[in-house]
Write a protein that binds this ligand. Sequence first.
Ligand code: ADP
Ligand code: 5GP
Length: 224
Amino acid sequence: MIKEKTKGLLIVVSGPSGAGKDTIVNKVVESMKNIKVSVSMTTREPREKEVEGKDYYFVTKEKFEECIKNDELLEYATVHNNQYYGTPKAKIEEDINKGISVILVIDIQGALKIKEKIKEALFIFIMPPSMEVLKERLIARKTETKDKILERFKTAYKEINEYKKYNYIVVNDKLDVAVDKVESIIKAEKCRVDRIEDIYLNNKEEFIHEGLIDKEFTNEDMRL
Ligand code: ADP
Ligand code: 5GP
């Protein structure tokens, strides 16, 4: 049986706050194998239901700045004006080399930094079906104060035009359709020839099966 040997993908998912990134990514990770979400580090306050180490690593500004100084972050950015968010480097490379894909749910500034550093990363932009729906979702999520919702909505207006810098765009209208599209993109990317290690070299035994290679084929070889 011929096996395709691939490294895991580094998948960057961005889009305005409230577009549905976390909702989609959580479903993708539940249903696909060998894929995980990277847990970011942030200086913002935890929301009521958020869990340390699962949703974020919640740290002080001093601790975050120490991580920057020690080069422990793959990228970081100041989001929504005043809070640090960053991707810890540890384990990402190890997972990818083991064939596990890692999803980063990060803002556009962070995504552009990754684009400069890691050419083979895959970039997916999640777009809300309309700004009106985005506003409704931000309000209905009930995780931010009015001021913070307004801040996120303002940021969304700036971010939405950046979708052209991504490889794929998925409009999140019906959730199951959006999840299916993201899964299809990931599956297709894993089949790309330039992402697969040399099939011939990695499957030599299969190709030289019964000594057929470099030999004149006869009907007998084919059992005809
Ligand atoms: P983001 O991670 O982009 O900030 P969330 O995943 O938190 O966004 O989604 C924002 C809100 O919208 C959440 O309350 C979520 O349940 C809801 N939501 C996400 N996708 C859809 C969808 N396709 N239809 C309706 N509501 C959705
Ligand atoms: P929230 O406060 O709603 O959880 O996230 C705010 C924004 O920060 C979102 O756009 C989210 O994608 C982004 N974000 C979360 N983690 C990171 C990260 O590690 N790096 C960067 N650059 N942005 C992040």
